[in-house]
Design a binder for this molecule. Structure first.
Ligand code: DQQ
Length: 538
């Protein structure tokens, strides 16, 4: 690998040689975490898709195994696409996934482990009755019918799964029912459908309890007061709705219906797609995993010999007012922390740029709290910004003075600042509440051309009368900058390719460009060790 490409190689994120994308069927089973993924065993561009398979005991260090599902039967000969794992009664795991068949129709297939006493579940068997579900029925587009969810049991004791589909031009999560998880019938109505968009890929359906960061297992009784979340992948991002699962009508009912899908909430406002969650029975939490693709060119991917990583697995839960999901990197990532630097009592006045020294700036974990000294002067919020937050981030750039903000971090900066990525906030006042903008601006991230370098952004509400502090957590992993703002209210995953990585000479700063002073009561940063990710074949 040419030297520049080898420095880009991530050290703590999930990555493998060749091309990988969607996380598939994650599960915790008999003491082992399994991660499957869309994988091209033959090269670093999309194609020949099979299910790659890796295992871990801590979600951070991974052992790579042989692919679990390969293109060996007529019902998946053109690709073993996305799907999910369900742990059936009797603790038998099963995977239902989409196959592209001999006619390129999308069908749903099942596989079971050959030997459940193999701790790694290396081999998976395809029974003869595949495909289990065919794209049959009026209005169903056989080329837009894929990505089955994990199963759950309804009040009638029957299993259910949802499959993403285009139905009569609508986007739908189609609902299927089964007694034995093998014979499926389509329910006459979808779990949920909408005319507001194109087909939803990778639907995910799960239950959450307001204000509780413990997760719920969909296949056991869901407690009163629980809400349900429907996540769908579309428009290059993962969006979600919070609502209730109406058991009588067997349908998902969102709490709020927004016609304009630009306003739908997102799991992540950056480069993050095809996520899938699972209930981790080891720690009683729900974990979500997303794919983040390369934003350099395909010839770069060929030169690197790999493309596509997974963001650090995140714990995901519902805030106490049931308005939005919150996320943070799983606590296991902290096992990679080594040298720590800590600053107290830092005050950032307008124009201040304070260097954070003493850690490896290429591979770091940073936690920083910004305390606002005055919010009265905050600039007014314009709701039209919500329709195109990236445009607003480009205009309200880190160098543009505001009243309260921009303040935040500058990471992966070259000595002369020609290259840098900034992750920052601005505070706006909107009638009775405050709206906080979080941006991850990649426009100056690299001197290289042919890169996709947007200014990502998301907004969250904060009750600044009660909470005067805005937190930021950023994980830097060479070409990955993953940020969690406002206690995980807005998450932004980004990919960057700075030339300054070559000599390792990048710098990191905290800054404020707003007229109002910002205090930093807490700043901690760590260098991170390298994880053992898919280095050897089991
Ligand atoms: N990737 C898979 C599909 C899915 C898409 C194919 C999302 O099953 O819809 O590789 O990235």
């Amino acid at each position: 690998t040419p030297p520049f490409f080898s420095v880009l190689q991530n050290r703590q994120s999930f990555q493998i040689c060749n091309y990988s994308k969607d996380p598939n069927g994650p599960m915790y089973y008999n003491g082992i975490y399994h991660q499957f993924y869309q994988y091209n065993p033959n090269g670093s561009l999309w194609g020949n898709i099979v299910w790659g398979h890796s295992v871990s005991t801590d979600l951070i260090n991974w052992i790579r195994l042989d692919p679990a599902i390969e293109r060996t039967s007529p019902s998946d000969i053109n690709g073993c696409w996305t799907g999910s794992t369900t742990i059936l009664k009797g603790r038998q795991p099963a995977i239902i996934y989409t196959g592209a068949d001999t006619q390129m129709r999308q069908v749903q297939n099942i596989v079971f482990p050959k030997n459940v006493s193999d701790p790694y579940l290396r081999e998976w068997i395809k029974p003869d009755n595949n495909p289990l579900i065919q794209p049959i029925g009026q209005g169903l587009n056989s080329k837009q019918f894929r990505d089955p969810t994990t199963g759950w049991i309804g009040p009638d004791g029957l299993w259910r799964i949802a499959v993403g589909a285009e139905l009569n031009g609508y986007s739908a999560a189609l609902l299927y029912k089964s007694e034995d998880f093998v014979h499926w019938t389509r329910v006459d109505h979808p779990l949920y459908s909408s005319n507001a968009s194109t087909m939803w890929e990778c639907p995910d359906f799960f239950a959450v309890l307001p204000g509780k960061n413990s997760g719920l297992d969909l296949s056991v009784a869901i407690p009163d007061g629980a809400k349900h979340v429907l996540k769908m992948s579309l428009d290059n991002c993962d969006k979600y709705m919070i609502g209730v699962y109406d058991l009588k009508n067997d349908a998902f009912v969102p709490d709020t219906l927004l016609e304009d899908r630009r306003l739908w909430s997102r799991i992540d406002y950056g480069n993050y797609y095809a996520s899938k969650s699972f209930f981790d029975s080891k720690k009683g939490r729900r974990i979500i995993w997303g794919w983040t693709n390369e934003t350099d060119s395909s010839s770069d991917d060929v030169a690197k010999g790999w493309a596509g990583i997974h963001a650090i697995p995140r714990t995901i839960w519902l805030d106490s007012n049931s308005k939005q999901l919150l996320q943070r990197p799983v606590e296991e990532i902290e096992s990679l922390r080594r040298e720590e630097v800590s600053r107290q009592g830092l005050e950032l006045k307008q124009g201040d740029l304070s260097e954070i020294k003493g850690i490896d700036t290429l591979q770091a974990d940073v936690e920083i709290d910004f305390e606002l000294t005055s919010t009265d002067s905050a600039d007014p919020f314009d709701p039209s910004w919500l329709l195109d937050i990236e445009k607003h981030c480009r205009e309200a750039d880190a160098s543009v003075h505001g009243s309260v903000g921009p303040f935040g971090l500058v990471v992966l900066a070259s000595d002369n600042m020609e290259e840098h990525t900034s992750v920052h906030f601005r505070v706006y006042k909107s009638q009775e509440k405050y709206m906080i903008l979080m941006c991850s601006d990649l426009r100056k991230s690299s001197l290289r051309t042919e890169l996709h370098t947007p200014a990502y952004g998301g907004f969250f509400e904060l009750d600044l009368e009660k909470e005067k502090t805005i937190s930021l957590r950023t994980l830097i992993d060479r070409s990955a900058v993953e940020s969690f703002g406002g206690g995980g209210r807005v998450c932004i995953m980004a990919r960057v390719y700075p030339v300054a990585l070559i000599d390792g000479g990048t710098r990191m700063y905290a800054f404020n460009n707003g007229t109002s002073t910002v205090r930093v009561p807490r700043l901690k940063a760590w260098s991170m060790r390298r994880a053992q990710v898919n280095v050897k074949k089991g």
